[in-house]
Ligand binder design. Structure first.
Ligand code: UDX
Ligand code: ADP
Length: 463
């Protein structure tokens, strides 16, 4: 079976970049990305591709190349479903905020709505591909909705989890470590798997394309994220011990990373991991384990989150303690708000929680992030519902540049590892601050020695 038309439901951080790369690499396939959010689609169609709604290095030029040729962004969901032979579901699956599994399980309401919409619209056989991170056995639920409410149409459900990391989405998509495709082991399932393998084979070597059963594929995605997050919590746990004992966590990380069995990646101590995936996926794993009565398995993985929460709180506590146990009415400058560099995504960013703690201590927060707007910052804080919108507004201001954000501050906290922070004129920043001037480097990116020579009191993570 040869695919000529793909539809992707959800024009977000996963759907947008993934479909842009598929369209670029497969000019013979028409790729239509649809979303209910009209503004988002309008932004994807902005004549200036620099204004597309997701910032990812290299993405705007790919969109410029493929958009209008074989890549389209639209709000006409039904039409795109009807036309496509293959439909990707890339809608968000946030942690449930209500009912059974609240705070733990993934909220599948958007997925279910998509399945029902596909069932209603489809008149010909379709391959439905789960792209969003989903709890194990979601494919089964989607299949049951499709089979029971459809128009006698045959559906094949594939799981094809996305492993791209934000900030490096384009290179990850162009040169993936592997592509994972899970499907049924029936003859029809194998035809569907082959159809998707053929799409990726346009630019990915076949030996990197793994095929498994659906459940293995779904569980592999949760497991990969849990392992990566676990490494960060492990090194962060060591960072606290290092601070107490005088070891340097970066040296420890380098030493253990040279062991080829451990490897050097994902060993950077930080103020805590953020992003839309790690916490959500681990909570999901914990929920699944608990629902099978596997309490030890659940407790084991939950510790990764416990450690991460501790690390964020430890960072804000350290700021308060160091500033003579009070930050009331003191200006604390935040450099970085996004959950990592090279993205404008702020979901679960450690900055949100550190700010929240410091506002509770009546600090004034001045934020500069190269890609995040004040509007987004305020939304992130308001979403926590810790205090009124007005109180948040009175406590936080965003600035257009770091120099203004740091002016008259008592302390600077580095929350995101943006490259530009390293090359600032730190002497100039120091001259305009209250003394003693503190730097709390939550990413260990600045040169401690240079800053101390200028006069800063420098605190990195784990040293
Ligand atoms: C992650 C997975 O890497 C990706 O495969 C999956 O598809 C989605 O989830 P992402 O959340 O985009 O990707 O970014 P990632 O690079 O994994 O970073 C996650 C968080 O961990 C960030 O806050 C980052 O700053 C932090 N981190 C990462 C550390 O604190 N230390 C490290 O050594 C690495
Ligand atoms: P992710 O990081 O998983 O890509 P995002 O929140 O960035 O998550 O994107 C998910 C997108 O899916 C959002 O733009 C949202 O509007 C869209 N979406 C959710 N449900 C539907 C639906 N039923 N039909 C079309 N789009 C949807």
């Amino acid at each position: 079976m040869k695919i000529t038309k793909i539809c992707c439901i959800g024009a977000g951080y996963v759907g947008g970049p993934t479909m842009a790369v598929i369209a670029q690499k497969c000019p013979h396939i028409q790729v239509t990305v649809v979303d209910l959010n009209e503004q988002r689609i309008k932004d994807w169609n902005d004549p200036n591709t620099k204004n597309i709604p997701i910032y990812e290095p290299g993405l705007s030029s790919i969109v410029a190349e493929a958009r209008g040729r074989n890549l389209f962004f639209s709000t006409e969901v039904d039409k795109a479903i009807d036309e496509a032979e293959m439909i990707f579901i890339s809608v968000n699956t946030p942690t449930k905020t209500y009912g059974k599994g609240k705070g733990m399980a993934a909220d599948l309401k958007y997925i279910e709505l998509c399945a029902r919409q596909i069932a209603r619209v489809a008149k010909q056989n379709k391959i439905v591909v789960e792209k969003s991170t989903l709890p194990v056995r979601t494919a089964e639920a989607i299949k049951s909705i499709l089979d029971n409410t459809g128009n006698g149409v045959q559906f094949q459900i594939l799981s094809n989890p996305e492993f791209l990391a934000e900030g490096t989405a384009v290179t990850d998509l162009l040169n993936p470590d592997r592509i994972l495709i899970g499907g049924d082991t029936t003859p029809e399932g194998e035809i569907a798997i082959k159809a998707l393998v053929d799409v990726y084979a346009n630019w990915v070597a076949e030996e990197k394309i793994l095929t498994t059963n659906v459940w293995s594929s779904e569980l592999s995605k949760l497991t990969a994220n849990a392992f990566l997050a676990q490494r960060i919590s492990s090194i962060n746990a060591m960072s606290e011990l290092c601070e107490k004992t005088g070891a340097d966590v970066s040296e420890v990380a380098r030493a253990i990373g040279m062991d080829s069995r451990i490897g050097p990646k994902f060993l950077k101590a930080s103020v805590g991991f953020g992003g839309s995936c790690f916490q959500k996926d681990i909570l999901n794993l914990v929920y699944i384990a608990k629902s099978y009565g596997l309490n030890e398995v659940a407790d084991y993985w939950e510790q990764v989150i416990v450690m991460n929460d501790h690390q964020k709180r430890r960072f804000s506590n350290k700021i308060v303690q160091t500033l003579y146990n009070t930050v009331a009415d003191k200006k604390i400058a935040f450099l970085g708000w996004a959950f990592k560099k090279d993205t404008n995504d702020t979901r679960e960013s450690a900055a949100i929680y550190v700010a929240d703690d410091l506002i509770n201590e009546q600090a004034k927060i001045a934020v500069y992030d190269p890609k995040v707007s004040e509007h987004k910052i305020m939304n992130d804080l308001n979403y926590l519902e810790t205090r009124s919108v007005t109180d948040n507004k009175n406590a936080v201001v965003a600035f257009e540049n770091a120099y203004d954000a740091c002016k008259d501050a008592h302390a600077i906290a580095i929350l995101t590892e943006w490259d530009e922070f390293v090359s600032y004129d730190w002497q100039k920043i120091y001259d305009n601050m209250h003394k003693p001037a503190f730097v709390f480097d939550g990413r260990n990116i600045l040169n401690a020695k240079e800053l101390e020579e200028i006069g800063f009191v420098y605190h990195g993570i784990g040293s």
